[in-house]
Design a binder for this molecule. Sequence first.
Ligand SMILES: [Zn+2]
Length: 108
Amino acid sequence: MKLGVIDYIDCAHYLPGHDKCGSLHGHTYKIEVVIEGENKSGMIIDFAELKKSIKEALSFFDHKTLNDFLDYPSVENICEAIKRKLGEYISFPFTLRVWEGQGKWVEM
Ligand SMILES: [Zn+2]
């Protein structure tokens, strides 16, 4: 069974050498986490517990300039970095989809 949570972070970034995205600007990133687990006694995990873990992991990125810890903060690289961090907090297999603004996302 799958269970999903959505959260949001606001970040600044620029893509060095990129025509359009080379200047510092910001996005609201929509973060979709879908975990997979068994329904044991009515729950896979308590939503409140999962949301708290995700919020903690995302606090490393929220209201930060992503270039401070990523050489090239494309949404692909951001997704990988968030996936690694979430992995420290979530003990289920999970899928992560990161939306950069509206209409653009990557998933892993
Ligand atoms: Zn951008």
